[in-house]
Ligand binder design. Structure first.
Ligand code: 9MR
Length: 377
């Protein structure tokens, strides 16, 4: 029996702590398996959105900045860097003991045109572009040396057919722009993990191209810690067989495998291509945006089942995997509300628009302590 004084104390402490975490945390459930991360937006890491900041602190032990370290944001003009938001991202991560990722140094998107041009608007020479790439990497990686622990050095350099993308980087510098990027990053922070980040590697042709690239980098003595499988999936693709084979293929190269941008698109496809090419943009149509008033229970369950299958597969490969990062925290944050059609209502993550856990959250947690059996399909 508790005394009246004890009951009063209990009532007071409950009143003082009305937001005691009700849910278990992903980062704790998978502590023995991998880090669990999320891509963060400024409202989350500045605390402007206090509820989502709290959710991040409770659930995740790694973070990636969704946009603020991309070239156009951090280095908007030749003579100007803007570290205001990246500094806040790093401070938030350090305060909350998050394993911090930097995203991304060399990409064909979100890189301003001036990067590739001289003062007269003419294409730069190879030497001048290499100098520019070097200075950018040395400045950005150097600033966060020892604090940002891993970098997406080169992002999305391979085409769907496995050939190398004809980006401005490749056209002006040549194929060794990739080698140089890794060398510059390693010199700027020798202890940082260095990643190659790419989507749709579950498709065999593209995978073969990435394998060739990584073998080549390894034969040139480049430090490469992990492949980042972005993990922009949908309800039907990839199969668990394709995913398992992809993880095994890269693990055999002697590198770790990270899932870096996980989400599951539940909306009808606007085209047949499975891709995360941000330049795609299709016309809106009501038939392609069917869940504006909520996700039907059957789709909610299909999403939960799909997430459970993915995490079962990840756990089966846990010895080759180091991190699983979601591309956003709540459904409301997701880029999939605007891609490849603007203004849709998508439901790709584990937390709904109010930050509440969805059935998929419980389904993922349920995989954490089960013995790994055969791959589900
Ligand atoms: O989620 C990002 C979105 O907010 C940006 O508008 C978009 C612009 O390029 O980039 C998105 O993130 C991409 C990531 O940086 C690289 N892989 C594909 C991601 C989704 O497009």
């Amino acid at each position: 029996m508790k005394t009246t004084a004890q009951l009063c104390l209990l009532a007071t402490s409950l009143a003082l702590a009305p937001h005691l975490p009700a849910e278990p945390a992903l980062k704790e459930a998978f502590q023995q398996d991998f880090l669990i991360g999320a891509a963060l937006n400024p409202d989350q890491f500045t605390g402007a959105n206090a509820a989502e900041a709290a959710l991040v602190k409770r659930q995740f032990n790694s973070a990636t900045p969704e946009n603020v370290l991309k070239w156009e944001h951090v280095h908007p003009a030749a003579d100007r860097y803007d570290f205001t938001l990246p500094d806040q991202y790093v401070a938030f991560g350090e305060t909350n003991h998050l394993f911090l990722i930097g995203h991304t140094l060399v990409w064909h998107n979100q890189t301003p045109d001036w990067v590739f041009q001289n003062d007269h608007g003419q294409p730069l020479t190879r030497a001048a572009l290499l100098t520019r790439m070097h200075d950018h990497i040395a400045t950005v990686v150097g600033r966060y040396k020892g604090r940002i622990r891993g970098w997406d050095v080169v992002n999305e350099a391979v085409e769907e057919d496995g050939t190398m993308r004809q980006s401005q980087w490749r056209k002006i510098i040549g194929e060794d722009f990739i080698l140089k990027a890794y060398q510059f990053a390693h010199a700027a922070d020798p202890r940082a993990e260095l990643y190659y980040n790419e989507y749709s590697l579950e498709n065999a042709n593209k995978r073969a191209g990435a394998v060739k690239l990584i073998r080549q980098l390894q034969s040139q003595g480049v430090k490469i810690t992990a492949i980042g499988l972005q993990g922009h999936y949908n309800l039907d693709w990839p199969s668990m067989g394709e995913l398992g084979q992809t993880i095994d293929t890269f693990a055999k190269l002697g590198i770790q495998v990270n899932i870096t941008e996980l989400d599951i698109n539940v909306l009808p496809a606007a085209s047949g291509n499975v891709t995360a090419d941000v330049s795609l943009n299709y016309q809106p149509a009501a038939s392609l945006n069917p869940y504006t008033n909520g996700l039907p229970a059957a789709v909610q369950q299909a999403l939960a089942k799909r997430y459970a299958a993915l995490f079962t597969t990840f756990r089966q490969h846990r010895h080759d995997m180091r991190r699983i990062t979601f591309w956003g925290v709540t459904d409301g944050n997701s880029w999939l509300n605007d891609w490849p059609i603007r203004g849709r209502t998508n439901y790709p993550l584990l937390f709904d628009r109010d930050g509440q856990p969805k059935p998929a959250f419980a389904a993922v947690l349920a995989t954490a302590h089960t013995a790994s059996g055969n791959s589900p399909n």
